[in-house]
Design a protein around this ligand. Structure first.
Ligand SMILES: Nc1ncnc2c1ncn2[C@@H]1O[C@H](COP(=O)(O)OP(=O)(O)O)[C@@H](O)[C@H]1O
Ligand SMILES: [Mg+2]
Length: 243
């Protein structure tokens, strides 16, 4: 059996001490997997990945990356720890060019490596090369998302966490971004994404966790959950509630 690249155990965290938003959340991502987290608005999905990324106050539980405890590691050391986080908004600098955005993301690397990695990003996302000298603010939603992902990959993370990569995109762009994520997984990168676009996300992912009211509600192979009426019930906010 392949070892989990990311293991979250009983994580309780929030924005203020004593006011946890997510409670006792347990989940994992196996190396090479694409895992989706879904759940109603306000379920705590963004909070969960922010807590995993080391941005929030953790009250209990543990986060392990490739077997190392990273629960309270400084966020700026996350890249060294091979975990990348792409927030839902403000994930690029609109007033800088595409090339400047990429070079900023590579600044922790040596000059030669940075050059190599930026070139890799251009090979992976030809649109970014086309717009290299343009301000990132003129990119389409899908291209911005690719820039954010391209930048996250510069440090060669083993796992990338994305918060709603399809938010605000046209259906065609959603397909493009999801196709890129599938290609990324094929290249060996493990992915954990939060999605509001639940069905489309489940169609491309291996496993899905359903979160509601800050707690684990349901999980399993995405193909099975796609057919599970309980998922809809949880979205409607009726069944699935713990007694
Ligand atoms: N910066 C914040 N400060 C305090 N509470 C927050 C903050 N961001 C989100 N919350 C609260 O945390 C809960 C879960 O939000 P969030 O994790 O954003 O949900 P989701 O991503 O599932 O829609 C909500 O009740 C929200 O009001
Ligand atoms: Mg959210």
């Amino acid at each position: 059996m392949t070892a989990p690249i990311l293991k979250v155990e009983g994580l309780t965290a929030g924005y203020q001490p004593g006011l946890p938003i997510i409670r006792d959340v347990t989940m994992h991502v196996t190396t090479g997997e694409l895992v989706t987290i879904i759940g109603p608005n306000g379920a705590g999905k963004s909070t969960l990945i922010k807590a995993v990324a080391g941005l929030l106050h953790v009250e209990g539980g543990k986060v392990e990356l490739a077997g190392s405890d990273i629960t309270r590691i400084d966020t700026h050391r996350m890249a060294d720890a091979a975990l990348a986080y792409v927030p839902q908004t403000d994930n690029i600098f609109a007033s800088l060019t595409v090339d400047e955005n990429l070079r900023l993301g590579a600044q922790a690397l040596s000059k030669a490596t940075a050059r190599e990695r930026v070139e890799e990003a251009y090979q992976k996302f030809p649109d970014l090369r086309r717009f290299a000298k343009k301000k990132a603010g003129v990119l389409s939603g899908g291209q911005r998302q690719m820039l954010a992902v391209g930048r996250a990959l510069l440090t060669h993370p083993e796992i990338v966490m994305l918060d709603e990569p399809s938010a605000g995109l046209s259906p065609k762009m959603v397909d493009d971004v999801f196709a890129q994520l599938v290609a990324l997984r094929a290249a060996g990168v493990s992915i954990l994404m939060v999605e509001q676009n639940a069905k489309a996300a489940m169609r491309i992912s291996d496993r899905t966790y359903v979160l509601a009211e800050g707690e684990n509600r349901l999980d399993g192979p995405s193909a099975a959950l796609l057919e599970d009426p309980e998922v809809t019930q949880i979205y409607l906010g009726r069944a699935g509630r713990k007694q």
